[in-house]
Design a protein. Structure first.
Length: 471
């Protein structure tokens, strides 16, 4: 089966071929005939199964086919997109845009990303010029709708990606309001690993006789993924094992439970000669983008993250995922683990378990359907060395890439974090005053408290990840 035989237009097939994407993944094979025909579709499949292309291709194909209709009525209009993709996190929104961008360019369509944590000025300027496709997080999109910068009455295709994650984050009320603002006759595509926590209500309310396609459910472990459960004696031994696991030559993603632990571990590893980037909610948008770009490009091989990365970061060829701290429940375990064994690649997942965590992890493993015998290990054991493979050369901390975590970055990130806190009543009053006097203000997370028009806010998202990684 090929993309062409599934009905994908020749111009889009050429874009895929140029990027080395020749054969569709199962979720694409299952859904494309229906989505290209204009049907509403509910797709259920794990992250990394190829869902992004499964909705990007039919969206671009449909908008391109109607582009010349009604003597120019389909040209981009200010603030009135024809395609809409909703994503739970700004990282995912950025990476979806990177997949859609080359396809849209081949069809003569424009695409942009909308998310919070940065100045809205550049976003409103792009909207005013007219955009065909908007990829957005719900919060900032609703802000712009309320301000009159966006209207959704021309939307022809709406996609909800990772709807269950949006439910986890409490976004469903906003998603419902946004969906209600799109035409009832428009095509709706919803992708979700599960249908609990209110996602089923979205399906019933907004999808018209949807066709359901389930491929490689998120709730089942991947066959190409090998799980290892290592019992460690104490925190000291655990730290030695973490350093050993991080020392390999390939990409590895280490998960901790808290932002403080992620920051501390990333900086410890960098100080030990293993450059590592941190990824958590306290970072500024620029720091997040810099770290993700360095990790995706291979400039830095190790990322230490909280669960923010478990569903929002899509980078292929991560050979090892380490649960430095086991998660609280089995779905988080599966979401974290799903960062490896993506796009047809194999991968290993290691969980480090302290004595006081053994009972809780045993319960979690049963729920996740992981049947692996726990083993006690030490940092020097051959089993661990075999798992690590070739050891990368150490890098002096002062020679580490700029994106790598270090003590010198602490002040900047703390300042950025403090800017994201809810403003006081006085600050909000100042914001209103600034609006009346021509000073644009922003109190969104990670954005400056007050920014003049001349500053024009933060730079837009960098193009760090390529089409193949996110597809």
């Amino acid at each position: 089966m090929s993309f062409a035989t599934l009905g994908v237009p020749t111009s889009l097939v050429a874009v895929l071929t140029k990027r080395g994407i020749d054969a569709p993944f199962p979720i694409q094979t299952a859904t494309l005939p229906d989505t290209l025909a204009g049907r509403d579709v509910l797709g259920r499949g794990r992250t990394g199964s190829g869902k992004t292309l499964a909705f990007a291709l039919p969206m671009v194909a449909r908008l391109n086919s109607t582009n010349g209709a009604a003597a120019g009525s389909r040209r981009p209009q200010a603030g009135r997109p024809r395609g809409l993709v909703l994503a739970p996190t700004r990282e995912l929104a950025t990476q979806i845009t990177e997949v859609i961008q080359p396809l849209a360019a081949a069809a003569g369509l424009s695409v942009m990303t909308i998310f919070g944590g940065v100045s809205q000025y550049q976003q409103t300027q792009k909207l005013a010029r007219g955009i065909d496709i908007v990829v957005a997080t719900p919060g900032r999109l609703e802000d712009l709708i309320r301000q009159g910068h966006v209207r959704l009455d021309r939307v022809e295709v709406t996609v909800l990606d990772e709807a269950d994650h949006m439910a986890d984050l409490g976004f469903l009320p906003g998603v419902t309001r946004i969906m209600s603002a799109t035409p009832q006759s428009s095509q709706r595509l919803l992708f979700s690993a599960t249908l609990d926590r209110g996602v089923d209500r979205l399906v019933k309310q907004f999808l018209h006789q949807p066709l359901v396609h389930s491929v490689d459910s998120e709730q089942s472990p991947v066959q190409a993924m090998t799980h290892h459960i290592f019992l460690v004696r104490d925190a000291g031994q655990k730290a030695e094992i973490v350093r050993t696991l991080a020392s390999g030559r390939g990409r590895r993603l280490l998960f901790t439970r808290t932002k403080h632990q992620a920051r501390k571990l990333a900086r410890q590893l960098t100080g030990q000669g293993i450059p590592a980037v941190e990824m958590h909610g306290n970072l500024s948008q620029r720091s997040r983008e810099r770290g993700l770009t360095a990790f995706a490009s291979g400039e830095v091989r190790v990322m230490v993250a909280t669960d923010i990365a478990a569903r929002g970061i899509h980078v292929d060829e991560i050979e090892l995922v380490v649960h430095v701290d086991p998660p609280a429940e089995h779905k988080a375990y599966l979401h974290r683990s799903g960062r490896t064994a993506r796009a047809g690649h194999a991968g290993d997942v290691v969980t480090l378990v302290l004595p006081e965590q053994r009972n809780d992890f045993r319960t979690l493993a049963r729920a996740a359907k992981i049947q692996v015998e726990p083993v006690s290990v030490r940092a020097e054991d051959s089993q661990l060395r075999d798992l690590v493979g070739g050891v990368a050369a150490t890098v002096a901390p002062e020679a580490a890439p700029r994106a790598a975590a270090s003590a010198s970055h602490a002040t900047d990130d703390q300042n950025q974090s403090s800017r994201g806190r809810r403003p006081s009543a006085g600050a909000r009053t100042g914001a209103r005053t600034g609006a009346r006097t021509g000073t644009r203000t922003s109190t969104r997370s990670g954005g400056p408290a007050s920014v003049s028009r001349s500053s024009r806010g933060s730079r837009g998202p960098q193009r760090g990840a390529q089409l193949r990684r996110s597809a």
